[in-house]
Structures are given as C-alpha cells and as structure tokens.
Design a protein around this ligand. Structure first.
Ligand SMILES: [Ca+2]
Ligand SMILES: [Ca+2]
Length: 416
C-alpha cells in the first residue's frame, strides 16, 4: 500500500494561504448569521478610505468572490453624508450579482470636493442552508479637491531658477484638507515630452497638512536651459488616483526671461479670516497695469480683496532686481491698508520679507532689505491687526504689482 503524505512544511504553507485568503482585502467582510469568520465579500469599490476624483460619478461595486460557498447575494447599498449613518444621501435595494459575482450600482451622484462620505452594503445570501443576512462595517471614501495633485511649483509652462537646479524642489496641491488626511503622492520627472527618459521617480511622499501643497525632492541636479516634464498622482488610503499633468518647465537664469514689468501670473490665493461678504476675489485682477475703478462696492473693479490675513502669490513678467532704493511697487485700491510683501525665486518661496507698509494708492519695497539680488515671485499678505470686520472689500485690495527695477541681463541673477 502506497500512501502519499504531504510534507509538513507544505501543509503549513497551505494553511497559511487559507488563513491569508480568509482575511479579506479591505472590503468589510460580512458578519452574517453563521459567525464572524464567514467571508461573504472579497472587496468593494470604492475601497475603505480611498479617494475619488471631484466631479466623478462613482460606481459602487461589491465583489462577492465566494459565491460558490455563500450562494448568490441580493444587495442593498446605502451612502451617508455623516459618520453616524443618519443622513442617507442615496440608497438602492434589490441589486443582484452579475455574472462576475459583483453587485454594481451607479447612483449618478456627484459629491462635494474635499469631503468625506460613508457607505455600507447589506445583503441576503442564498447559502443553501437557507437565507443568511450579512452587512459590512461602515466604509468611507474621500472626494479630493478639483485641483488635487496639480503642479504648483514649478508651474506648468513655468521656470525653475538655475540657481536652485542643483537641489530642485517640486510641489503639488494637496488632495483635500480634512485633518489627518491619509494621502501620499507619487511623482515622475522626464527629460522628454514623450515621457520615455525618466530622470527621477519619487513615491510615497506624505501630504503636508501645514500648507496647501506638498513638497518633494527628487535628489537629482537638473541642467540649465533644459525643459523637463513632470507629473504627479495622489494616493488616498493606499489607492492611487490617476496621474495629473504633464507639466513642462524650463531651468533658466530668471534674469533672461522677457516680459512685462507687471505681475503676469496669479499662482495662488489663500483666504484668511472667513468672510462670505467679500465681493472681489479674482486673483487675475492683480495682474497687469493698475486699473482699479469705482467709488463704492456697487461699481468697484480691477482689484482683489485679500480678506483679513489673506495672501496672494504672483509671478512677475520680468524678474525684479535690487537697485539702489525701492524695487517693487504694490498698487492698492479702496482705502489705506496694512500689508507685508515677500519675495522669492519659486512659486512656493522660500519667502523673504520686504517689510510692512501702510499702503494707500501704492507702496514701495526694497529687495535689498531682505538681502536679495533678484526675485521673480511676490507674496502679499494682509496684516490688518485691527478688530476684524467682514465686508465686501475686507483686507488689502491689490490692484497691481510693478517692478521698479526689472532685470535685463543674466548677470543680474547672482545669488550674492
Ligand atoms: Ca533696492
Ligand atoms: Ca488690477
């Protein structure tokens, strides 16, 4: 008589695999009538803690991969706007499994950006020994911001200062602003628009909740005069969203860039004190020549009201250089307001303060005060410290920013 006996190690491996398989994969394993260890559902979409793009109309899928054991399920799916499972946004019942063992539902909802939602499934399985009820834990998903993962520095079509290219810094806009966000970012940098020559790859960079953006450092030196292409994607709860971009930029001596002496690009606008009455919130109004107009809120135009504590980052058409005296003029409208100007060489700084001024029609600043020879990016911060007030033009009202001293040759962009 011949007996075939599996080696002990092999049996142990098989048992381990069975145990691993029964753990499920983030799908909220069913806890039905036959005990907590029963697995009804392999996985769900969106998976617990993952993200969806703003504007997407997500499909909810419950994958019952154990159909043979459980029988076929008939599902109810419920979406909540709160974690207490009180406010039902939408629900469906009577959803049967398709040929792949999946219950599929597209509610046709679009969700608010930068928000968390909750959902769960309930099912009745025809398990052979009679119907069995099962229900998932409460699952969650996040809707990212409409500009999640987009490039902020270097901006798409923008520049990287040649003096920064030996240790380049990149930044993407954060996916959402909820506290404790479980978001990381992957990024790729290429030297060709076809994305075949990879220069650097960085993954798993944790979101920086102290800023509106997250920075990362590829650790490669970039070449002067060369155009590069980069892209990024948010990873929410371990699940990657699609790649954003592609963003081209050129490593350049910033003093070689020609353009207007006025601000040319609005990079970012960060509100300060919450004030729903503000009626002038378009950063583009701070670009170009001063054009503020009007005598009261009914006919004002040509500026942006920063809100108290608000700030705006602008890119100049031509890089500003330090000459004797003042180098930068900020045109302000409406009333005299207190503001602080900063200068830097990238969209995200680092920022060097040029001081605080009470600014009426305009106020002037000196790059030399910060020890800078040149600057291409200007940040203006409202520093009104007086007791608040919320009205249509709250905060400094920025009309235009002008380079009194604009660069004309590459030799002017020396660091020291
Ligand atoms: Ca100066
Ligand atoms: Ca203006």
């Amino acid at each position: 008589m011949i007996s075939v006996r599996a080696p002990r190690a092999y049996l142990a491996l098989v048992m381990l695999l069975i145990q691993l398989a029964s753990c499920g994969s983030g799908g909220g394993g069913g806890d039905g009538g036959s005990g907590a260890s029963t697995r009804y559902v392999d996985a769900v979409t969106p998976s617990d803690g993952s993200g969806i793009n703003y504007g997407a109309s997500p499909t909810f899928i419950v994958h019952n991969a154990s159909t043979a054991q459980n029988g076929s399920g008939v599902y109810e799916i419920i979406i909540y706007s709160d974690g207490g499972s009180v406010n039902v946004l939408a629900s469906v019942s009577g959803v049967s499994q398709d040929g792949n063992g999946s219950a599929v539902w597209t509610p046709g909802l679009t969700f608010d950006e930068s928000r968390q939602y909750w959902w769960k499934w309930k099912a009745v399985f025809d398990a052979g020994s009679g119907p069995e009820n099962a229900e998932s834990d409460l699952l969650t998903f996040f809707v990212v911001k409409s500009d999640a993962g987009q490039s902020i520095s270097p901006r798409s079509g923008g520049y990287m200062d040649v003096n920064s290219a030996s240790f380049p810094v990149f930044a993407v806009l954060n996916a959402y602003t909820l506290p404790g966000a479980n978001v990381t970012y992957d990024t790729e940098l290429y030297s060709d628009p076809e994305l075949t020559s990879l220069v650097a790859y960085v993954s798993g960079v944790k979101q920086d909740d102290s800023e509106a953006y997250t920075t990362f450092f590829p650790g490669v030196a970039l070449n002067s005069g060369q155009t590069y292409y980069w892209l990024a994607r948010p990873v929410v709860g371990g699940q990657p969203l699609n790649w954003r971009g592609v963003y081209p930029f050129t490593v350049k001596n910033l003093c070689e860039i020609s353009g207007s002496s006025y601000a040319q690009n609005a990079i970012s606008f960060t509100r300060g004190e919450e004030c729903s009455l503000i009626a002038f919130s378009n950063p583009a109004q701070a670009l170009g020549r001063p054009n503020g107009s009007g005598h009261d809120p009914s006919n004002y135009g040509g500026f942006i009201s920063l809100s108290r504590g608000g700030s705006i980052v602008l890119e100049m058409g031509r890089t500003i250089i330090n000459r004797p005296g003042d180098d930068l003029r900020v045109w302000e409208y409406v009333s005299t307001e207190e503001l602080e100007a900063f200068a830097g060489q990238s969209e995200i700084g680092p920022w060097f303060s040029l001081g605080v001024e009470w600014c009426g029609e305009f106020c002037d600043f000196d790059l030399g005060r910060a020890g800078l020879n040149y600057a291409r990016f200007i940040k203006i911060l409202d520093v009104s410290s007086l007791a608040g007030g919320c009205y249509q033009t709250a905060g400094a009202d920025i009309d235009a920013v002008y380079a009194l001293g604009a660069a004309s040759s590459s030799s002017q962009c020396d660091l020291f």
